[in-house]
Design a protein around this ligand. Sequence first.
Ligand code: PEP
Ligand code: MN
Length: 328
Amino acid sequence: MIIELAPDADAGAIRRTLDAAGVWTAALHDADDRPRMLTVKAHSPAPPAGLVEGLAGVTAVYRAPSAHPLLDAQAGRAVPVGDVMVGPDAAPVLIAGPCSVESAQTADWAAEQAAAAGARFLRGGAFKPRTSPYAFQGAGLVALEWLRAAADRHGLKVVTEVLSERDVGAVADCADLLQIGSRNMQNYALLKAAGATGRPVLLKRGVAATLDEWTLAGEYCLAAGATGVIFCERGVRGFDGKTRNLIDLGAVAYMAHVARQPVIVDPAHAVGRRDLIPPLAAAGVAAGAHGVMIEIHPDPRVARSDAPQALSVNELNAVATAMEVHHG
Ligand code: PEP
Ligand code: MN
């Protein structure tokens, strides 16, 4: 962005105002060494909408065309999911539920525990992306009904993954928020179909996706008609096998504080072991995450997917407490 100044503009005052808003500028001087232009540095957080235009002494503002204009319009704003706001300036939300929805009973148990812990969303997969074709693939359409009924009984929103274009309609009928899983972050046909439902999308980061790729995948959803995009950091492929993935808190901080997009953290899929989830949930919120997604199960030993990272009720409450403390 280039900001043109009037000859008598108080460039120092303008720069101080922008500086106070967290915007990094540099001054370009004319032949008489007066500041005539300010440039907003490439890696600066974007100025809040209208701030620059409203400053005394600014005569014109030039912007390079953005690669993601719809996300730019979303920047700094929370995404509404029904009456729950997720994103900047909204209280961090807790999203909890089973990895996969195994039965009506476990869905109801999860909804009850999640609501009691202060969660606003019930999660759970009806269609599961599994590494092995022989692993449990999810209970399918009926699980969507179990999830919706359980959430409604306990006053929660539903977020669930849509794995294929074929199921987009059924998932959108059940879910308040459509989850695109890590493995599908760059499945552009699916992103378009999910966006076209007119629902908000929870977009998980691919295991090797750059922030630009993740961002543009979000733009795909908005361009197709999604009412909002919430980004979810769930760990990227690391070099050490001690934890399942490498939680990228720098990416969380970047999305929250520089891109100013709604972003949540999923420490469960990132670290893959229950004992490390509460501290990493806290770290995610401290880095700027607007929410935390975790997995819970009435008996983690028999969970049909992701058992090592399924939390008990005590651990669920530990996450809720850690989020409060770190949000302040
Ligand atoms: C999930 O949240 O159920 C899931 C499969 O996560 P991811 O896409 O991040 O692996
Ligand atoms: Mn899982």
